[in-house]
Design a protein around this ligand. Structure first.
Ligand code: DGT
Ligand code: CA
Ligand code: CA
Ligand code: ZN
Length: 610
C-alpha cells in the first residue's frame, strides 16, 4: 500500500471516529475531504513533504499538513489515536459491513450497547434489537445478509491469486529429483470460485522409499517469495501461509497411492463420502492410500481406475460435489458396459435418454472464439489490430469486439456515431485476415428498466450484441428479474453479459429469480454468458447449471480488456464444467455457421428457434 493510500485511510478512519463521537459535522466533512485529496494525489506524499508543498494540496490546510508530517515522521497521528481510544474497536469493525454506516453503528453502540460483530450477530439472530428508530425487520435482515456475505467473501481467496500460485508451486516442484508427480487438488482442482486453502500433492519416485518431504522440497517451498510463514513441517507434510494469508498444504505419498490420494484430497467431502460408501457396498475399502479388498491393495496408482473399479465412469473434478454426478457416472458405466441404464434419478432427466456413451464436459480446447472484449475505443488497453493478433495467436476461428455503450460514461462508452465508425474500423481491420472472422459488436448496457442503451435500429447494424447490466445493481428481486427478462427477450440480443454484475469479493450484484430469466431465455433462444474474469464468474456455477439443464446456450467469454485477460478463459471453463456443460451447450464452441444460423433464426423473430 502506498503511503498516500495509507494516509487517506487514516483520515477516513478519523472521520468515522469523529462521527461516532458526535463531533461537529463540518470537522467530519473536512477530514473526509483531506482523505479524498490524498487518494487523488498523483505524486507520492513523501515527495510533497520533502519539498514543503503539503499546504499547496487543495483541501489540505495547515493543521492537516502538520498531521501528515507527524505521520511521515513517526508512523502515527497522536490526535487520531486519542480519538480511537474513545471508541471500542469492534464498533469501527462493524462499519466494514456494507449497509452499516456510522449512524447505524452509533445507534447500535449507544442505544443497545452492541460493540462488536459477534454480539451484533447474536442480537440479530435472537431478534433482540427492538425499539430503535429506523431499525425495522427489513434493515435487520439486510445487515444479517451482508454480514454473512462479508464473512464468506473475506475468509476465502479468489482464483486470480490462487490458481497461478498453485501452478507456480507445481512447476517448481516437478523437476526436483525423487518426485514422480505433482498436482494441485482440493477445491482449486474442482474449480470453485474461491478457495479456503491450497492442497498440493506430490508422489515420490518408487525407489526413493519411504515417501518423505526432502530438504530440497522444503527449501523450494519455504523460500518462495510468496511464503510468509511455515506453519508446520513434518515428514510427509508441510503447511505454510503466503503473504496474502492463503494457507498451502503440501503432502507427499508413494507413487502407488497417487490416484487414491488425488481422489481423496480433491474432494469434495460430500462426493468422497458417497464414493467410499459405494466401495463398502461392494465389499471394498477406499482411503487415501488405495482401494482395498480384504487388506489387498487392488487399485490406487491411477485415479480413474478407482472410479472404474467402483463401476463408475470417470468423473471430472469440477463435478465432484454430490450433485448427481455419481448417478450419472453409474448410468454411463452401465451404458458403456452394454447394460441398459435407467434414468432412475430425476436429477439426470435433462441429459436425455438413452444416456450418451460419451458424456464429456466442455474443455478449454473446445472453445473456438471469444465473444466479449474491449479495445481502446472504450476502456480496453489495446487496439483492434492487437486484439485480433492475440486471438489469432490463440488459434481462435472467430471473435466479437464489443466496446461499451453510451451510458458507460466513465468507461468512455460509444455514442451512436462513434459506434458506427468503430464498427467500420473493425470490419476494415478484419478484411486483412482470412483465418479469423471478426464480428463488429457492442456490449450494450441493460438500463434499470431492462431497455437497452441503443435503439433496435442501431443494434440491427451490428454483427454481435452482448447486453449487460452495469448500474442499478441493488434492485430488488422483482425489479431485477423483470429487467433481465426484458433484455433476454429482445431477439437482437445475442447474449446477456455477466448477468448479475456481482463481484466475488466486492458486491452481491443483482439477485434475480434466475429460473424466470432462464425460462425467458428458453423462449427467446438468447444465450447467457459465463464471464471468465476471476472477480466475476457470472453466471456462477449453480445458475449456469440451471441454464444448461434448460438447454439455454452458454457463452464463455473473457471480457478481455487486455491481451493477458484471454488466459482467464480457464476459469470460465471450470465454472461451465461445474455446471455440467458439454461442448454442445457452449455457443462459442460451435462452428461459426451454426452460430449464424442460430442468430438468423432468432433475429427473424422465429419464436420456435430450436
Ligand atoms: P477449501 O479448502 O475450503 O476451499 O475446500 P477443500 O475441498 O479444498 O477442502 P480441504 O482443503 O479442507 O480438504 C481437501 C480435500 O481433502 C477435501 O475436499 C476432501 C478431503 N478431506 C479433507 N479433510 C477430510 C476429512 O476430514 N474427511 C474426508 N472424508 N475428507 C477430507
Ligand atoms: Ca483446500
Ligand atoms: Ca487443505
Ligand atoms: Zn461489462
Amino acid at each position: 500500500m502506498s503511503r498516500n493510500t495509507d494516509l487517506a485511510g487514516q483520515f477516513n478512519r478519523a472521520a468515522d471516529l469523529m462521527a461516532l463521537l458526535d463531533e461537529n459535522q463540518f470537522r467530519v466533512l473536512a477530514t473526509r475531504k483531506v482523505a479524498r485529496a490524498l487518494e487523488d494525489l498523483a505524486e507520492p506524499i513523501e515527495t510533497l513533504a520533502d519539498e514543503r508543498r503539503l499546504d499547496a494540496i487543495p483541501g489540505i490546510g495547515k493543521s492537516s499538513a502538520e498531521k501528515i508530517a507527524e505521520y511521515l515522521r513517526t508512523g502515527h497521528i497522536s490526535e487520531f489515536e486519542s480519538l480511537a481510544a474513545q471508541v471500542p474497536p469492534g464498533v469501527l469493525e462493524m462499519l466494514n459491513i456494507s449497509t452499516v454506516g456510522v449512524k447505524t453503528a452509533y445507534l447500535l453502540w449507544k442505544e443497545v450497547g452492541i460493540t462488536d460483530i459477534p454480539s451484533l450477530r447474536k442480537a440479530l439472530d435472537a431478534g433482540t434489537i427492538t425499539g430503535i428508530k429506523g431499525f425495522g425487520e427489513k434493515k435487520q435482515a439486510n445487515i444479517k445478509q451482508n454480514l454473512a456475505f462479508m464473512e464468506t467473501a473475506n475468509a476465502r481467496i479468489g482464483l486470480g491469486y490462487a490458481y497461478p500460485l498453485a501452478c507456480e508451486f507445481v512447476n517448481l516442484l516437478r523437476p526436483i529429483q525423487g518426485i514422480a508427480k505433482v498436482a494441485h487438488c482440493g477445491s482449486l482442482r474442482r474449480g470453485k470460485e474461491t478457495v479456503g486453502d491450497l492442497d498440493i500433492l506430490l508422489a515420490a519416485q518408487p525407489n526413493s522409499a519411504p515417501a518423505t518431504i526432502s530438504p530440497t522440497i522444503a527449501a523450494t517451498v519455504n523460500t518462495h517469495p510468496e511464503t510468509a510463514e511455515v506453519l508446520a513441517a513434518g515428514e510427509t507434510k508441510i503447511t505454510l501461509r503466503t503473504r496474502l494469508g492463503l494457507q498451502v498444504d503440501f503432502r507427499i505419498v508413494p507413487l502407488e497411492s497417487w490416484g487414491a490420494a488425488l481422489q481423496y484430497f480433491t474432494g469434495s467431502k460430500e462426493h468422497n463420502v458417497r464414493v467410499r460408501q459405494r466401495a463398502v457396498e461392494r465389499g471394498m475399502k477406499l482411503n487415501e492410500w488405495g482401494l482395498f479388498r480384504e487388506e489387498q491393495h487392488i487399485a490406487g496408482a491411477d485415479e480413474s481406475d478407482i472410479y472404474h473399479r467402483l463401476e463408475l465412469s470417470y468423473i471430472c473434478p469440477e463435478m465432484r460435489e454430490d450433485r448427481g454426478e455419481i448417478e450419472l457416472a453409474d448410468a454411463m458405466f452401465r451404458a458403456t458396459a452394454g447394460g441398459r441404464p435407467e434414468l432412475d434419478d430425476p436429477r439426470l432427466a435433462f441429459i436425455g435418454h438413452p444416456i450418451p456413451h460419451h458424456w464429456t464436459a466442455v474443455e478449454v480446447s473446445d472453445i473456438r472464439g471469444d465473444m466479449h472484449m474491449h479495445t481502446t475505443a472504450s476502456d480496453g488497453h489495446e487496439s483492434i489490430a492487437a486484439m485480433i493478433a492475440a486471438a489469432r495467436h490463440r488459434g481462435y476461428q472467430y471473435i466479437a469486439i464489443t466496446d461499451h455503450s453510451k451510458s458507460q460514461v466513465q468507461a468512455n462508452g460509444l455514442s451512436v456515431d462513434r459506434l458506427m465508425a468503430h464498427a467500420k474500423a473493425i470490419r476494415a481491420a478484419a478484411r486483412s485476415f482470412s483465418d479469423i472472422v471478426v464480428l463488429a459488436g457492442s456490449e450494450v448496457d441493460i438500463l434499470a428498466d431492462g431497455s437497452l442503451d441503443y435503439p433496435d435500429e442501431v443494434l440491427r447494424e451490428l454483427d454481435w450484441v452482448v447486453a449487460s447490466p452495469h448500474s442499478a445493481l441493488t434492485q430488488d428481486v422483482d425489479a431485477a428479474s423483470a429487467r433481465l427478462v426484458r433484455a433476454v427477450s429482445n431477439p437482437l440480443v445475442d447474449v446477456i453479459g455477466h448477468p448479475t454484475g456481482r463481484l466475488i469479493a466486492g458486491r452481491r450484484g443483482l439477485e434475480p429469480d434466475m429460473q424466470r430469466v432462464v425460462m425467458a431465455a428458453v423462449r427467446s433462444g438468447c444465450a447467457l454468458e459465463i464471464n471468465s474474469h476471476d472477480m466475476r464468474l457470472d453466471l456462477r456455477d449453480i445458475h449456469a447449471r440451471l441454464a444448461v439443464e434448460a438447454g439455454v446456450p452458454i457463452c464463455i467469454d473473457t471480457d478481455a480488456h487486455q491481451i493477458t485477460d484471454f488466459d482467464k478463459l480457464q476459469f470460465g471453463v471450470m465454472t461451465a464444467r461445474r455446471a455440467w456443460a458439454r461442448p454442445e451447450n457452449v455457443l462459442n464452441s460451435w462452428p461459426l455457421d451454426k452460430i449464424w444460423a442460430w442468430q438468423k433464426k432468432r433475429r427473424s423473430g422465429d419464436a420456435d428457434w430450436q
